[in-house]
Design a protein around this ligand. Structure first.
Ligand code: HEM
Length: 160
């Protein structure tokens, strides 16, 4: 019988949801990462300055971070379900769980602000932004592990 690790290693981990071999998920994740962290920065600026401008920017950052995160997650989910070498790794599922936690918090953070973007910030909005930033770091770090430790989505060029 084959060693379980050897069996895992023999499966292909190339990206299928990709443009010319470049994974679409990796191209999209930069948006939720920047926007979720940006929401926290706007909340802190609002707390510091009481300028309603920052509350409006935070509302847009929270909403676009959530929707673009959902789009990125769809590409990631397709990879997870379609590629056997990705699907059979525990690390892929850990990343997906952290990402779903992040998306739930990001969605809540946006919905919470829709009625009154200014009143929503202190203290609940700020706390949600801090929690979202923690989970974006966790999901992003786990995503990086998939690529750099497991070689998921990478391709070795034979051109030179
Ligand atoms: C259901 C949700 C998700 C699933 C199933 C998923 C799955 C994956 C997979 C399979 C990879 C390996 C690269 C690839 O094949 O494209 C990956 C990489 C990555 N993911 Fe996700 N992902 C999800 C959501 C997210 C979200 C919302 C974020 C935003 C923080 C994120 C951040 C990353 C990062 C930073 C990488 C490394 C990309 C690189 O440096 O090339 N993922 N993810």
């Amino acid at each position: 019988m084959k060693e379980p690790v050897a069996e895992i290693l023999e499966h292909d981990v190339s990206s299928t949801v990709a443009v010319a071999g470049h994974p679409i998920h990796a191209m999209l994740v930069v948006f939720p990462i920047a926007l979720v962290l940006g929401t926290l920065a706007c909340d802190v600026f609002y707390w510091w300055s009481a300028d309603p401008f920052w509350a409006r920017v935070a509302l847009w950052a929270a909403g676009s971070g959530f929707w673009l995160g959902l789009l990125a997650a769809l590409a990631g989910l397709a990879e997870l379900l379609l590629v056997r070498g990705i699907r059979i790794r525990v690390a892929s599922w850990s990343h997906a769980v952290a990402a779903m936690m992040l998306l739930s918090i990001a969605g809540l953070n946006w919905g919470w602000r829709l009625h009154d973007a200014e009143a929503a910030i202190l203290p609940v909005g700020l706390a949600l932004s801090a929690l979202g930033s923690f989970f974006v770091a966790l999901a992003g770090w786990h995503g990086g592990k998939l690529v750099f430790d497991h070689g998921i989505g990478t391709m070795v060029s034979t051109s030179d």
